[in-house]
Design a protein around this ligand. Sequence first.
Ligand code: SF4
Length: 221
Amino acid sequence: MSESDYYSYLRQIHELYGDEIFVTFPETMQTYSLSDFENEINACEKCSLGKTRTKFVFGVGNPQSPIVFVGEAPGKDEDLQGEPFVGRAGKLLDKIFAAINLSREDVYICNVLKCRPPQNRDPLPSEIELCEPYLLRQLEIIQPGLIVALGRIAAHTLLKIKDRMMDMRKQTYIYHGIPMKVTYHPSALLRNPSFKKPAWEDFKEILAVYNQILSERSTNG
Ligand code: SF4
């Protein structure tokens, strides 16, 4: 809207409502965005990982994505770059997305922990307890229709179970009210190429759900 259009709009509003003008704020001023949240927590030191990390790894992708992919924690490359799923495993994940005609910009990717555990050890229960509320807040803002846990540890961490990957990937779980699927971490696919076939089946199913959620959202406006 040009400046003259804006003043003409204000004059019309004044004629209609007199001095009692109701202002509608732009949407960006009304909503609390993912980047607002990132700015709020990116200096977190609630657990000891805040002191050993190089970079805080919040998440990347589309803040309105129908699907959120969740790994366990940043690794060495992620810690250096401040972005989840970079390095060899991340490149493979990008290739899998490309094979189903998606990209990082179509989905949202993050981890349960936002800081790297030293030597890539598994997250400690105390770290999960402190950091998981951040993931829940991210999900509350994004409101995805599906969560995909990438890897056994991420699934065990989120679901508080110890089932085998081959069993978990056949199930649809509910995580804080959101449907959740489980598939292999791309690092596992690099270590064991025989997992690629079942992972490909999982991603075809994930794409079908992605398209279904988009279609439902466009129908519901
Ligand atoms: S891992 Fe989570 S809780 Fe621990 S310092 Fe990092 S952001 Fe904070």
